[in-house]
Write a protein that binds this ligand. Sequence first.
Ligand code: FMN
Length: 190
Amino acid sequence: MESPVFTPVNIGPVTLRNRVIRSAAFENMAYGNSPSQDLYDYHVAVARGGVGMTTLAYASVNRSGLSFDGQLWMRKEIVPGLKRITDAVHAQGAKCSIQLVHCGKMTHRSTCGCMPLGASSGFNLYSPTFVRGLKKAEIDSLVEDFGNAVDLAREAGFDCVEIHAGHGYLISQFLSPYTNHRRDQYGGSL
Ligand SMILES: Cc1cc2nc3c(=O)[nH]c(=O)nc-3n(C[C@H](O)[C@H](O)[C@H](O)COP(=O)(O)O)c2cc1C
């Protein structure tokens, strides 16, 4: 009997040719925060290998959400570069997803361009850095940034988006007191 792993599956309106999904694992190939040939080659190779869907990892919805120089930053000017990747992945018969994130306090001023933002003000020993808690209006604006990033992903031909709400990044900082502030202020690791 054929394993169900190799049978098609629907995720909402999207049909995958099998149930193997390359999970988001940060590639660090978005030099200048933009898609590169390395990022293209990597995901096209994964698609050629036969997965049902591959995932571009850890794309920040705005500038303040960046924690690496080699990380995608969702903005209009990178849509053609992303579209080139989704087209090539589709040509291999796979679907293509992108993971959207804001890293919150898990960054440094030199990368995100401001004092790192978090669910609460404090000090993050992991970076290490002082952290400024978001104001209400800034939270509303961030919600807009996530929505805009989804629109850009759709324009770039992605079949799915994945919202990163784990690993101590911004959404997780709101959801979990453990990743929020008290513990790491006092030296606990994440
Ligand atoms: C180098 C590396 C980078 C990763 N980056 C991400 C990431 O950007 N987003 C994410 O949700 N998970 C990330 N992960 C977690 C993986 O997606 C995956 O859930 C984890 O490695 C467990 O799967 P595995 O047992 O097949 O390795 C990363 C893992 C590794 C090893």
